[in-house]
Design a protein around this ligand. Sequence first.
Ligand code: HEC
Ligand code: HEC
Ligand code: HEC
Length: 143
Amino acid sequence: MKMAGKTAGSTRSADVQVTFLHRLVLYVMLLAMVSLVRAAVPVPDIPLPQDAKQCVQPKSIMRREHFNFLYHQRDETMRRGIRTKRYSLVNCVSCHAQKDAKQQYIPINEKGQFCSSCHEYTAVKIDCFECHATVPVSKSAGQ
Ligand code: HEC
Ligand code: HEC
Ligand code: HEC
């Protein structure tokens, strides 16, 4: 009887220890996950349009998919001659480009500007603006 009581007691304290260890392991894993997620999600200061409230898709989708939309749009235009406005790069620039204090447009790929803000942060490099306009272009100028 004495023995049994002792066994039960030590099992209980072992249980408590296991639970504590579990909690500790979980907590450490959680911390690691949080820092991983922090590293993966870009949180720079992103300058947003002042006179528009919405993007061409909800923000969460744009964050994840914008380049797919752009690549798809490029392929549609270049290969199939389909030209639409929604995912046109010209359209992104015309809404997202910021103006400086003199009301002049700042190139959208300049340091800290819309397209570069996250890319610098996540070390993404794009060559799009070697050819495409970095500021809104007037309608008459075409591209
Ligand atoms: C070597 C020059 C060059 C580079 C680099 C380039 N493009 Fe283009 N792109 C063009 C030309 C030329 C067209 C056709 C212009 C037209 O007819 O509208 C075009 C068309 C497009 C279109 C369809 C027109 C529109 O705006 O809807 C998209 C979208 C596009 N490019 C996105 C991109 C993206 C994104 C990148 C970077 C990953 C990129 N391009 C890099 C030259 C380039
Ligand atoms: C009519 C104006 C307009 C156009 C056109 C537009 N956007 Fe946006 N975009 C916005 C606004 C406003 C927000 C912020 C939305 C919000 O806060 O919910 C935004 C948000 C975003 C975000 C998320 C930014 C963040 O803070 O996470 C990305 C990425 C983005 N846009 C990319 C693009 C691309 C790429 C294009 C072209 C295919 C484009 N946008 C076209 C107005 C526009
Ligand atoms: C909210 C942050 C954010 C904004 C704002 C943003 N991007 Fe991105 N962009 C990213 C991230 C993150 C990636 C890398 C995604 C990946 O590789 O999974 C990326 C990737 C891309 C790629 C693909 C690069 C490759 O190597 O294939 C293109 C093209 C691109 N972005 C264009 C743009 C353009 C054009 C703008 C401005 C109109 C813009 N992005 C604004 C975060 C952003």
